[in-house]
Design a protein around this ligand. Structure first.
Ligand code: NAD
Ligand code: GLY
Length: 361
């Protein structure tokens, strides 16, 4: 089992990663001094697959476990379901020393840990992520929250989990499209921080694609290490953490215009990363060959490299203006200057951005 520390003074915690470790969660949670009652928050899909094992493990460690099930889907990551969770926790009489275990993908993790952050002004939460995206991104770093009809992820808290428990074996039941979407965030880590890792993704593509345990473990571990490093440097995104948004400014706009239903988050980020690489080239930061390297990697993992024809560049620019990543009216982009290194750039002209959106890969 691999172990990575997220260094945040009194809010520090460990991420544990392994294959077949799901049944060990109870023993690990037992060492934290939580009161006996734990709420296991999940959705019907994931609970049917892994709920019994997680409950058995926690019960064997002496916990009383009550499941709180929310429906499966991004549309349920909202206040109404936070309110539902609050009601269930109150009925269960969870106290300030109880803990929540979030079992599922990013939707469950975001809403469950948001609920933990506000229930009785904050109780402990444990992330047990089961999608590739949640294992390499959303379960680490403490961003929790829900959507509002006026904007995605607009309501939330920074609230670090007590631990993150990642069993990569859970990825065997994950839909292929969801797996690929998670790979977009993995590729992102290579581009922003680690050229060697980027190369690894190229040379081990076959093994990663077929979920070979050794390579998959390396992919999840290296991604978590990079995210842990960045978050340790800048927990609340006042500086360097913004590099994790590479591909997201354009990606979010694509998701928003298409109503969050046509593309998975990772697919939109994949397109966003290619357009941002092209924007870097147009800004004189990146050579053409490296733009192609980014785009080839995205293609290799069967992800889209450019926004669809029906989304005109002006529509994307307009949507980006209302995104929260626009700081004081100026759009902010994370642009690579080589593989493994990015800069945060403000004040680019609409004309340049428009040209980058014409990129076809
Ligand atoms: P998701 O949680 O909707 O999961 C995708 C689908 O896979 C769901 O139907 C789920 O039930 C199913 N599933 C989960 N694990 C499975 C498994 N092991 N086997 C079979 N099916 C499984 O989607 P996601 O991509 O994990 O997360 C997306 C969410 O994460 C979004 O709401 C996004 O805003 C959020 N997010 C948060 C952060 C953060 O830092 N907090 C970062 C990135 C994304
Ligand atoms: N997913 C971006 C972040 O956690 O900051």
């Amino acid at each position: 089992m691999e172990k990575i520390r997220v260094e945040l003074e009194e809010r520090s915690y460990y991420i544990y990663i392994g294959n077949g470790i799901l049944d060990g969660i109870g023993e690990k949670a037992g060492g934290f001094g939580f009161t006996h009652h734990i709420a296991l928050i999940s959705n019907p899909t994931v609970f049917a697959l892994y709920g019994a094992r997680v409950m058995k493990s926690l019960e064997s460690a002496g916990f009383t476990v009550s499941e709180v099930i929310i429906p499966d889907g991004e549309q349920y990551k909202d206040f109404m379901w936070v309110n539902y969770i609050m009601g269930e926790l109150l009925k269960l009489r969870l106290d300030r020393k109880s803990a929540i275990v979030a079992l599922g993908g990013g939707v469950v993790g975001d809403i469950a840990c948001f609920a933990a952050s506000i229930y009785m002004r904050g109780i402990a939460c444990i992330q047990v992520p089961t999608t590739l995206l949640s294992q390499v991104d959303s379960s680490v770093g403490g961003k929790t929250g829900v959507n509002h009809f006026l904007g995605k992820n607009m309501i939330g808290t920074f609230y670090q989990p007590s631990l993150v428990w990642i069993d990569i074996d859970t990825l065997h039941t994950l839909d292929e499209r969801e797996f690929r979407a998670g790979m977009a965030e993995v590729i992102k880590y290579g581009v922003i921080r680690d050229a060697e890792f980027f190369e690894y993704l190229k040379t081990h593509k076959k093994a990663i694609d077929s979920c070979q345990p050794e390579q998959l473990l390396h992919v999840v571990k290296r991604s978590c290490e990079i995210k842990a490093d960045v978050v340790s440097e800048d927990e609340r995104e006042s500086g360097i953490r913004a590099i994790l948004n590479y591909g997201h400014t354009i990606g979010h706009a694509i998701e928003s215009i298409t109503g969050y239903t046509r593309f998975l988050h990772g697919e939109a980020v994949a397109m966003g990363m290619c357009h941002a690489a092209e924007l870097a080239r147009l800004s004189g930061l990146l050579d053409e060959g490296t733009v192609q390297d980014v785009s080839n990697m995205i293609k290799a993992y069967h992800l889209p490299v450019s926004s669809p024809e029906d989304l005109r560049p002006d529509m994307i620019i307009e949507s980006m203006q209302i995104d929260k990543k626009a700081v004081a009216g100026s759009l902010r982009f994370v642009l690579p200057d080589k593989i493994g290194s990015v800069r945060i750039v403000n004040g680019l002209s609409d004309d340049l951005i428009r040209k980058s959106l014409i990129y076809k890969g």
